[in-house]
Design a protein around this ligand. Structure first.
Ligand code: CTP
Length: 470
């Protein structure tokens, strides 16, 4: 790790200035975990800003960004074709976190600084001064905890979490990302301090939530959020999926645990954050559409439409970006039952064309979600569904090749209809377009212009429209 020449450059400048400098936090942890990391945090026992300026100059990096109020400074450095980001801060007595808006006081020793960090595995430092170059400073047993896969706070967890309550989510995020266990005492403290999450900004919470969702098995983190009581506070709709109601001895499946299985299935197949969000929200409408029927038992009719309508509100309340991704998630939630219903029947060309038309370019993601949604323990049933899905997939390819429905554009446009029949915008145009579209999707006419025009004249004659003569 210390091969990067920047470390020696920083150490040399620190020696010249008569201060101590260390690489700390994530970069040290990731070195031992052999994870890629391109952000280097440097702590200086002295002025971080002065050391940053001197180091940038020595490294030939032009631009240093200085955040005078916060006592931090950063610059970029290119090495081995990689852009490294190096951030400097003075050692402090108070709690450390990068995003803190609070100005800091540079009056601490290295150990002061280390003990105010979040977890022992994030509180290790490598010395950069020449005499002690590469020496590891690990006062809280970070290496032991890394080896044991344990997340533990350097100080009493009540203190560490009240310094920055987001750390409760960070604990769960690291557990999910790294497959680590949270020490019992630390986990209990999350339960005790959970309400404090209310003072943390939604953006910071969303960042951690997304990292949990992107972890190899998202269910690990999401279940810990549930178990700690945090989920109810940060994402009540998801927590509402939990539980089983029983009437006349008949219960339904627990939709939270089902959703967890679906999440892990999707995570095995795709790194697309928004597809994973669609998996998380696919059944979100179920608690609101649940009914018990004496004859057929539990039903959730219309949960896909209800859930789809909830997506935007959830995105807003979690401060997730509203830049079109919410529409993708809405669409997948809305359509998530379609392939399965289709595969339960005889798979007709017309139904497959309609599915292709509605899903468009997201058809492959939709199929991935639907396959992940099969969580039955009954192997015969699972096999039947998977075989049927394979048939649907085959037909999708066949029909797309033949009819190009995926990015369907109506072969006759509204403007054209108005011109041909000399009519203003009106209801009839919609009727003509809709009937042509249906005819194509139902395979009654091929998806081509000639046939569509012919049909247009027929429908127009039926409803009493005459072309204007030129
Ligand atoms: N840190 C902290 N408390 C926080 C956030 C960060 O103590 N709430 C400290 C930790 O020592 C952490 C370092 O600041 O290692 C850098 O934080 P950050 O860049 O947010 O996270 P990383 O640990 O590097 O992990 P990742 O890059 O995966 O977010």
């Amino acid at each position: 790790m210390l091969d990067n020449p920047i470390y020696k450059i920083i150490g040399g400048e620190a020696d010249r200035m008569g201060v101590k400098a260390y690489a700390v936090g994530g970069v040290v942890r990731d070195y031992f975990l052999q994870r890629p990391c391109t952000d280097i945090d440097v702590v200086c026992v002295g002025s971080g800003i002065e050391l940053a300026k001197a180091s940038a100059k020595a490294a030939g990096s032009a631009k240093v960004s200085v955040y005078q109020n916060f006592g931090t400074a950063a610059f970029g450095y290119k090495h081995d074709g990689i852009d490294w980001q190096i951030e400097f801060v003075g050692a402090r007595k108070e709690s450390y976190r990068r995003e803190s808006r609070k100005p800091i006081v540079e009056d601490g020793t290295l150990e002061d600084d280390q003990q105010r960090r979040d977890f022992t595995i994030n509180a290790m430092a490598f010395s950069l001064n020449e005499e002690t170059f590469g020496e590891l400073l690990d006062p809280f047993g970070g290496i032991r905890d890394l080896n044991e896969g344990l997340l533990r706070t350097p100080l009493d967890p009540d203190v560490t979490f009240s310094d920055d309550p987001l750390r409760m989510m960070r604990a769960i995020r690291f557990a999910s990302q790294l497959g680590f266990r949270i020490e019992e005492k630390t986990f209990e403290a999350i339960g005790r301090n959970k309400e404090r999450i209310e003072i943390v900004s939604k953006e910071r919470i969303a960042t951690e939530l997304n990292k949990i969702i992107m972890s190899p098995r998202p269910s690990v983190g999401l279940k810990l959020l549930e178990l700690s009581g945090l989920l109810k506070l940060i994402f009540p709709e998801l927590s509402k999926l939990k539980g089983i109601e029983t009437v006349s001895g008949r219960g339904h499946k627990d939709n939270f645990y089902h959703t967890m299985e679906v999440m892990d299935h999707v995570a095995e197949k795709s790194d697309n954050l928004w597809l994973r969000w669609a998996a998380l929200l696919h059944d979100i409408g179920k608690p609101y559409t649940k009914r018990y029927d004496e004859r057929i038992g539990w039903t959730f009719h219309g949960h896909e439409a209800k859930g789809s309508h909830m997506v935007k509100r959830i995105f807003k309340s979690l401060h997730l970006p509203l830049n079109g991704k919410e529409r993708y998630v809405e669409k997948l939630v809305m359509l998530h039952m379609r392939p399965i219903i289709l595969s339960e029947d005889i798979v007709t060309d017309s139904a497959v064309r309609r599915l292709l038309f509605e899903a468009g370019d997201d058809i492959d993601d939709l199929m991935t979600l639907c396959e992940a949604d099969i969580t039955s323990k009954n192997e015969v049933k699972v096999k039947r569904f998977m075989d049927n899905f394979a048939t649907v997939r085959r037909k999708l390819v066949e029909l797309e090749e033949k009819d190009r429905i995926r990015n369907f554009q109506p072969p006759v446009g509204g403007e054209e209809i108005m011109r041909i029949f000399g009519i203003p915008p009106c209801h009839e145009i919609g009727i003509i377009k809709e009937r042509i579209k249906d005819a194509i999707l139902d395979g009654k006419i091929p998806n081509d212009r000639e046939e569509a025009l012919k049909m247009m004249y027929e429908i127009a004659a039926e409803i009493g429209l005459k072309p204007v003569s030129n």
